[in-house]
Write a protein of this length. Structure first.
Length: 297
């Protein structure tokens, strides 16, 4: 799961091993944004392996930005870490709101967890942690009492705006810039929240935004700026929006089947010759992109 935005839902992102005795593996959760959700921003693992739930193994949560989740206080924390083996949680920004804890590590749940290089912030006080049912107030208390977060940070990540409809890009002075794990190597197909290369200046930045001085950080990235109609389609459809310079059509396996370098809008796309099914339309402007799903029937 990557490059998603979850807001005003229950939980932001849930990577969960639901069924007792069942092991889930190889899940990657990266470069996502969760804000203003009612429940926690990320729930990762499960709560009662083996008898009540399953186990999550060989999985990771990296480069995600969490801001102001658990707004109803339904959850006990912003980030829930349950029963997991051989997992990596790093390079994330976890910005709370003092509703409950910042992070909970469920007692006895983690084996071989790498929890490091995350940036924590609570606007009215220190981040709080629970590990093995012991509470820690402040990152330094957590660092000195556990094996986790030796390179973690407690600092305001300096988002561009935290007003209503926040802009969760980093400002140029953000301590999240170059604060991630220096050994992190992005996949070829991995991008930050703007579709930019995941590493600008090494190391990687914490959170879903890699900072670039030339990015238009005014962009209200999660607003749906482009429309496609009709959808579902019989093969002819229209793309509309401002500032479009490129539109690419991908099939379900991720292969590009058509590219349009067209800047007059609206314009028409024709995939009538393609087999019926699901397609993805990636619409780019100079500084951002959105991907939309189209059903060809
Ligand atoms: Ca960087
Ligand atoms: Ca960026």
């Amino acid at each position: 799961m990557e490059n998603n935005i979850s807001y005003r839902n229950d939980a932001g992102f849930v990577v969960w091993a639901e069924f007792n005795h069942v092991v889930q593996k190889n899940i990657i959760l990266r470069n996502n944004i969760a804000f203003d959700n009612l429940d926690g921003g990320i729930l990762f693992g499960s709560w009662g392996y083996p008898d009540y739930t399953g186990l999550l193994i060989n999985s990771s949560a990296t480069g995600n930005t969490l801001y102001n989740n658990n707004i109803n206080g339904n959850s006990e924390e912003q980030f829930y870490i349950g029963f997991i083996n051989d997992c990596v949680i790093g390079n994330n920004i976890i910005y709370g709101n003092n509703n409950g804890r910042t992070v909970t590590l469920v007692g006895g749940g983690q084996q071989n967890l790498t929890l490091n290089y995350n940036l924590y912030f609570e606007p009215n006080g220190q981040p709080t942690f629970q590990n093995n049912d012991i509470d820690y107030i402040g990152l330094s208390d957590f660092q000195s009492s556990t094996s986790y977060e030796s390179n973690g940070l407690n600092a305001d990540p300096q988002f561009v705006s935290i007003a209503e409809n926040p802009n969760l890009h980093l400002q140029s002075t953000s301590p999240a810039i170059n604060a991630g794990n220096p050994d992190y190597i992005p996949d070829n197909e991995e991008f930050d929240m703007d579709g930019e290369d995941r590493i600008n200046i090494s190391p990687i930045d914490c959170g879903a935004d890699e900072y670039y001085s030339v990015t238009n950080t005014d962009s209200n990235f999660y607003v749906q700026k482009f429309s496609i109609f009709p959808n579902p389609t019989t093969g002819l459809f229209t793309v509309e929006g401002n500032g479009i310079i490129k539109t690419e059509i991908y099939n379900i396996t991720g292969k590009i089947i058509k590219t349009y370098n067209i800047n007059e809008v609206p314009f028409n796309i024709d995939i009538r010759e393609q087999p019926k099914g699901i397609y993805f339309v990636r619409i780019s402007t100079n500084n951002e992109f959105q991907v939309k799903k189209v059903i060809l029937q």
